[in-house]
Each structure stands twice: as C-alpha cells, then as structure tokens.
Design a protein around this ligand. Sequence first.
Ligand SMILES: Cc1cc2nc3c(=O)[nH]c(=O)nc-3n(C[C@H](O)[C@H](O)[C@H](O)COP(=O)(O)OP(=O)(O)OC[C@H]3O[C@@H](n4cnc5c(N)ncnc54)[C@H](O)[C@@H]3O)c2cc1C
Length: 474
Amino acid sequence: MAKGLVWFRTDLRLDDNPALNAALNKCQEVLAIYIFSHSQWDAHNESNIKHEFLINNLIVLKESLEKLGIPLIAINTESYKTLPIDLSSFSSEQKIDHAFWNNEFGLNEINRDLASVEALKKKNIESSSFDDQVVYEPGFLKTGQGKPFSVFTPFKRRWIENFEMNFLDIEEPLELKKSSPIRSDISALKFVKNNSVNIDLWPAGEDAARDRLENFLQLKVKSYSESRNSPIIDGTSRISPYLALGILSPKRCILEGLKLNNFEFTSGNKGICKWIDEIVWREFYRNIMHSFPKVSKNLPFQDYTASIQWRHSKEELKAFYAGKTGFPIVDAGIRQMLSEGWMHNRLRMIVAMFFTKNMLHDWRLGEKFFMQHLIDGDFSSNNGGWQWSSSTGTDSAPYFRIFNPITQSQNFDPSGEFIKKFIPELKDIPIAQIHQPKDDLFLSADYPSPILDLKESRIRAIQAFKDAREESGI
Ligand SMILES: Cc1cc2nc3c(=O)[nH]c(=O)nc-3n(C[C@H](O)[C@H](O)[C@H](O)COP(=O)(O)OP(=O)(O)OC[C@H]3O[C@@H](n4cnc5c(N)ncnc54)[C@H](O)[C@@H]3O)c2cc1C
C-alpha cells in the first residue's frame, strides 16, 4: 500500500495544489510535513509579522488536512543544507514511498530541492514536483531570438499568445482512501509574537483569502484602474500576503478574474485586465529570478550600475527607517509598513525611489529593510520592485526619471488624508501645506525638517549614474 508525503512550503492550501492532489491520487495513505529553519528565515531577512502569519496559517491548514485524514507534522532544521537529510530521515522513519511538493524558484530553494531528491533516492523514496506558483514554468517563454524576456510588455504579449484556457484547470481536492493513524503535531514551531503589527488585519486561512478575493472582485476590481494609485482608497486586493505564502494560488486569482470578464485578457473591463496584468508582473519577476541568477546573488541586473558610488549616511538611514525623513508622503508609506506590515504599491515606488535616488543609498539596503518588515515579503517581487525603482534592474525607470515626492503626494494623496492617517503630528496642518515640508511650520508640528534638498539631490543622483555609465564606457 503506497504511503505518500506532501512537503508543504509556499503552498499552504488545499485548493489548486497539484502536489497534494498527486499524492491523493497515487497513495492510499498520506502524511504532510512542514520544515522550518529559523536561521534560513533570518538569512532571507523574512519579517516577524510574516512568521506570525505563517504559523497562524499552518494552524488552519492542519485543521483542514485533518478533515481529509492527513496529519500535518512540523519539524525544525538547522538550514537548507541540513534539510534534505532531515526530510529523508523523517520519510524513512515513517516508511514513506513517495514524496510530493510544489516547486519554488529561488536559487537556494532549487539547490535544496535537488539535494532532497538525492537524499530521498538513497532511501529508495521517489519524489515528484509540480508547478503551482506560475502559469508558465519560469524560462519557458522566450523571445523570437530564443532568449529570456527582460522587458515586461513583450513578455506579457507572449504570455497571452501562448495561453490556453486549460492552463487554468483546477482539480477539486480528491478523497483519501485511508485516514492516517498518525497524529498531527506542529508544536515544534516556536510562536514569535510580533510587537508592532496588528495581525487582525490579516486573518489566516484559505477561507479568509477567498473571502478577500471575492470581496475585491465583487466590489472593487471594476474601478481598479482608477483607484489603484490612491493609497487612501482601499482599491487594491491586499492579497499579496496570501500569494506570498501560497494561501491562495495565482491561477485561482486569474481564473476568478477572467470569469468576470468573459475570459478576455485585453478587452472588456479595464480594471480586471489591469489587475490580471499585475499578477503577470509577479510571474515576470519570477522569470527574471530564474533566467538571470545574478539577481539572487545581490547583483544588479544592469551591470554598469554595480559601480555607482552609493552614499552611506547613518543619520539619513536612521531617519528613513523610522519614517522621519521630513517628506510626509515618504514617511507615511514607511509608517504604513511598520504598522500594517504592508505598503501600498504607489508608496513602495515613491519610497524606494526617494531612498535610491534622492538619498542615493544602495538599493540592497532598502530591499532588506522591506523584507524585514513586510508581511508579503517575496524575494522576486521585492528585488524586482527595488531594482525597477533604482534604475538598476530590468525594464526599469530610466535613471534620469526621478519621482518628485511632493508632486507624487499632490497627485496621489491630494487631500492629505493618507498622510494624516499615518502621521498624526500633521493632523492639524492645512491641506495647502501638507505635502510641502516647511521648516518653521513642521517644527512647530513636532515633525522633522526635510533631511535633504530635492533639487540638489536629484542632480547628485543623475551625476552618479552618469559617472557609472562613463566608467563602463556606455
Ligand atoms: C520597491 C517595491 C517592493 C515590492 N515588494 C514586494 C514584495 O515583497 N512582495 C510582493 O508581493 N510585492 C511586492 N511589490 C509589488 C507590489 O507593490 C505589491 O505586490 C502590491 O502592492 C500588493 O498589494 P495588493 O495585493 O493589494 O496588489 P494588487 O494591486 O491587488 O495586485 C494583485 C497582485 O498582483 C501582484 N503584483 C501587483 N503589483 C506587482 C508588482 N509591481 N510586481 C510584482 N507583483 C505585483 C501581487 O501579487 C498582488 O498581490 C513591491 C513593489 C515595489 C515597487
């Protein structure tokens, strides 16, 4: 009688879970495992709020799996190096015949999985892996010259040209033939209470994720094109934390969106098309991570930018990390992340551009700061977003296109409501002055003076990029 093991990673759900379905299909008895490594979590700069969210979701997953007759067991391992041995020892102790998992595409994760296949093989245990995070396996779509795409628009065009509706076929979870007599045990997971973010903003579990998705699709998606750039309007889905841990699958999101739009990607409702575009951006950045491993090695996509002379000011960094730069829209964005674990996309761009251009600080420091605080921290999207904003990446903002945070603030938070929500010191400041730092006014409001001059810092950034280009002979 075949005994299967489903190794859960960033796919903490029953819906649209090909590894789980394959195990249920092939095996009479199935166990599930989650393997946590604290040092790996820290090495990847993952946040405390994401850790708390992970544990809450594992608790819900455990209950759902138990209803199917599948026990969930959590174990700890030292690092990705020790994981394959721990996985294979567990599997052989439990007399597993076949292990199943869904692929992750990071460089470390790929190496970990290759080593796991080998370790299992030594114990005569088969393994099978599946794709659940993407519609096309990363690297599958190629340009006319057979090269990986490095620009989003042609990538998306090819994505749509090759698309067939059956790519979104989602199997119903199957029935298990025999309940396992083993008891679930996830007590090995040490619960870390984050002290800054209210976790109630992020209810755990697939049902909560589906409610959020349905609510967004019913009430908000049709005006997404217009409202997605206003941080005070709750006009985006806020499903990124659920996608990051795989509580919800991207295929499910695309499918539910398409159902509302007569299965059209490019015509019909603008809001739905735009929203699906964003999910394809996520897939695009996974392709970049796969096809250009240098981005996983702390290197910029654009080689010449490696020689940019980044500044390093302890005072400026301290002000930035605390949301006290003296630029209200930047500070409001940072404070949103510190208090909610999430930041609106428009603000992520404004904040990242301010950090890398006006402050002229290394994008890798900003990338790390975001990972350490976001509940939706996702290596490829975060790296892609930071490299886009700093003009070091693929398909980036040109280096001379530098957002002016005051104009951005006037355009995207015209009433200053968002600023006032996150910067209570400014609640009595008249709208006319809310975007524009003014020393005397802001000092009296217990709000810091601006840490830099926008005009001068803009010129300094452009010069730094020009110098790097000259040095590389561009
Ligand atoms: C500097 C910077 C850092 C970022 N870091 C992350 C990160 O760590 N994790 C993360 O999930 N996203 C990141 N993003 C992308 C984007 O800001 C978030 O995905 C989005 O704000 C999540 O909110 P939402 O779920 O309401 O998005 P919606 O607007 O509802 O979009 C739906 C989904 O599409 C995907 N998506 C949307 N925009 C992007 C984008 N620009 N790039 C890639 N995928 C996108 C997300 O999975 C998102 O949940 C970053 C962007 C920037 C500029």
